[in-house]
Design a protein around this ligand. Structure first.
Ligand code: ADP
Length: 476
């Protein structure tokens, strides 16, 4: 018996069987069919076994080839993983190096100038030092906000909060903020709001303002002469494809005649930490997060961000996104809301009776600053260093307003607020307004304060104007 070695041999045998004299004989010798059938069956089985062994051999070969391929792709996958890990590590190191530099710079100014102030007897020097502290602190605050936003975006934690937004007011506000800086540099700043763009749209105004503000502040920062123009128009190409009648694709475009961006950098300009060499060499302030944040916000809003730029000629950045227009009734409601909000924010005259305010904060510095912010001639100000102390003071005599830090040792602000509210339920009396002072500014953090029983929220670092507005609004 012979085993077949290949598929082609099998086909040869089939041909042989078809033409074999045995078969032919089988047809002729029908009386002696047992011998013929046995011969045919033996031959067929031999061929079949040979064929199967041959297929098995082919499959085994294929299997070992697949194994080889898998081994290679496993190695490639491991290599790709390693490369990704190295890139992540590089990005982390770059991030830490950038942050360390950006944090140390303003801190260095603040600490250095604070030392100088101690021995300063000259009013002009004093004012100058003060200005350095203010600029450095502002820069630190911006950095912290950007880094927090960046990490939230990376962790996919930013949710858009849509509300009726007056786009015209939003642009005017951004223009008013940038105008003095552009004016000081002798750069002309203009804006134009197209008639066909709906004034009221549904949007997350805070995030929209942040995205456009990044583009505008860059234009101001990177332009030394000429003009910066803001335009708000319908994006006709996208609008044409839009099927929803109440949706407008709006293009916020900022064009400048500034330093421009090198061509090879343009494809990466929206990546984190990308900065032009000229910008770095001139040591212009910044940390390469703004454009990346704006692009992520554009994606979140299902829009897009574009750039055109030429070195020494200028740049044009566009933020384009679809917005649902507000029906007229919502517009009216939103207008009233807005007016209410504005009227609530203005300073109300206070009554002649001195109201009692309790500041609860574990930080000596914070208590001192807030005390000073609240000119004590107008109010009777008391302090507590934690929730338990605050509770003891409230039990002795109620206050007209409590400014409550939320994170404190022993008893935090959440527990203290809850306990004060429980006390108020036992002895029905006027409920004391409690305003949370906290560094946690996310919507869920604010909601946590309100759930504990707070009436309002002020984000740290506390600004005097904002504090006074809130205090007045609760003490009229
Ligand atoms: P930052 O301005 O803090 O460096 P951004 O992410 O906002 O960070 O911008 C990244 C880089 O893009 C800048 O460092 C600068 O090189 C370049 N850039 C952005 N906007 C402009 C502009 N309007 N003109 C010239 N260069 C710009």
């Amino acid at each position: 018996m012979k085993l077949l070695k290949s598929e082609s041999e099998f086909y040869k045998y089939l041909l042989f069987m078809r033409t074999s004299p045995i078969l032919k004989m089988g047809c002729l010798l029908s009386d002696n069919d047992m011998t013929v059938i046995t011969a045919i069956v033996t031959l067929s089985i031999t061929s079949l076994v040979g064929y199967l062994l041959c297929r098995l051999k082919i499959l085994t070969n294929e299997l070992s080839r697949v194994r080889e391929i898998l081994k290679v792709s496993e190695v490639e996958a491991l290599r790709a993983d390693k490369k990704r890990a190295e890139e992540a590590n590089r990005a982390k190191s770059l991030f830490l190096a950038t942050m360390s530099h950006e944090l140390r710079n303003p801190l260095n100014s603040i600490i250095g100038v604070a030392d100088l102030i101690q021995h300063c007897h000259n009013k002009r020097d004093f004012d100058r030092y003060l200005q350095v502290i203010q600029t450095a602190s502002k820069s630190l605050l911006e950095l912290v906000n950007d880094v927090l936003d960046f990490s939230k975006i990376e962790a996919d934690q930013i949710r858009l909060e849509l509300q009726p937004t007056n786009l015209y007011e939003l642009i005017e506000h951004l223009y008013n903020v940038s105008y003095p800086i552009a004016h000081n540099k002798n750069v002309e700043l203009t804006y134009q709001f197209s008639n066909d763009v709906s004034t009221w749209v549904l949007s997350d105004s805070k995030r929209l303002k942040q995205a456009i503000s990044n583009l505008l502040s860059n234009a101001v920062k990177y332009t030394e002469h000429g003009t910066i123009h803001i335009s708000v128009t319908l994006d006709l190409s996208r609008q044409f494809e839009e099927t929803q009648t109440d949706t407008q694709w709006i293009r916020f475009q900022i064009s400048d005649t500034g330093i421009g961006i090198p061509e090879d950098l343009l494809p990466h300009i929206f990546d984190y930490y990308t900065r032009a060499p000229e910008v770095c060499s001139k040591r212009l302030e910044g940390w390469g997060l703004g454009l990346a944040i704006s692009r992520r916000l554009a994606t979140l809003m299902e829009g897009d961000i574009e750039v055109q730029s030429r070195v020494a000629e200028g740049s044009t950045f566009s933020f384009i996104a679809p917005f649902q227009t507000c029906p007229s009734q919502t517009q009216a409601e939103a207008t009233t809301l807005c007016e209410k909000r504005f009227s609530g924010a203005c300073l109300h005259p206070i009554s002649s009776e001195r109201k009692r305010i309790l500041i609860v904060d574990d930080s000596d510095d914070n208590r001192l600053i807030i005390r000073r912010f609240l000119s004590e001639k107008q109010w009777e100000v008391h302090c507590a260093t934690n929730g338990q102390e605050a509770l003891n003071l409230v039990l002795k005599r109620p206050f007209d307003l409590i400014l409550m830090d939320m994170q404190m040792p022993q008893m935090d602000g959440y527990e203290a607020t809850r306990k004060i509210r429980e006390l108020e339920q036992q002895n029905p009396q006027k409920s004391t307004p409690i305003v949370a002072l906290t560094g946690n500014v996310a919507t869920e953090d604010i909601a946590r304060c309100l759930n504990a029983g707070c009436n309002g929220h002020i984000a740290k670092p506390v600004r005097q104007q904002q504090l006074l507005e809130i205090v007045h609004s609760h003490l009229i």
